[in-house]
Ligand binder design. Structure first.
Ligand code: ZN
Ligand code: ZN
Length: 141
């Protein structure tokens, strides 16, 4: 077990990379996506605490299929104005993230066999909003 110096969690060694041995993968992920959104002039204020809360919400599983989480997915892609912000960032497995790619779910969902995300959490979550507005159908677990 090792302690991440950013979030303070005690995690197995597999949650750290050789290039950044003191910062866990989730902290790196958040940092990377925040700077990416910032560079493109989008909202970029996701904190590691908010990301960990999101992961809790989804039980550390892919929001789309319940499989093992590996990527941070922007529900509304940065390309379509989605920011790296609480509610727009969901855990995804590699295949679902690839299947979703740059598709904007607010325009059309589901797409290429991708299941809609299973949602919980706060109001204001864009996924919940899309479901409420009938743009997508919420999944069931
Ligand atoms: Zn960390
Ligand atoms: Zn998945």
């Amino acid at each position: 077990m090792k302690t991440c110096f950013r979030c303070g969690r005690d995690l197995p060694g597999s949650e750290f990379t050789q290039s950044y041995p003191k910062t866990c993968r989730d902290c790196l992920r958040v940092g990377r996506h925040v700077s990416k959104a910032k560079r493109r002039g989008m909202v970029a204020n996701l904190t590691i605490e908010e990301w960990l809360e999101t992961l809790e919400m989804f039980g550390y599983c892919c929001a789309y299929c319940g499989g093992s989480y590996r990527d941070l997915d922007h529900f509304v892609p940065i390309h379509y104005g989605g920011g790296t912000a609480f509610g727009n960032c969901l855990p995804a497995c590699r295949p679902c993230n690839m299947a979703k790619a740059n598709i904007n779910p607010m325009i059309g969902f589901p797409t290429n066999g991708l299941k809609p995300p299973v949602i919980g959490g706060r109001r204001g979550n864009p996924v919940n909003r899309a479901i409420a507005e009938g743009k997508i159908k919420g999944g069931e677990r």
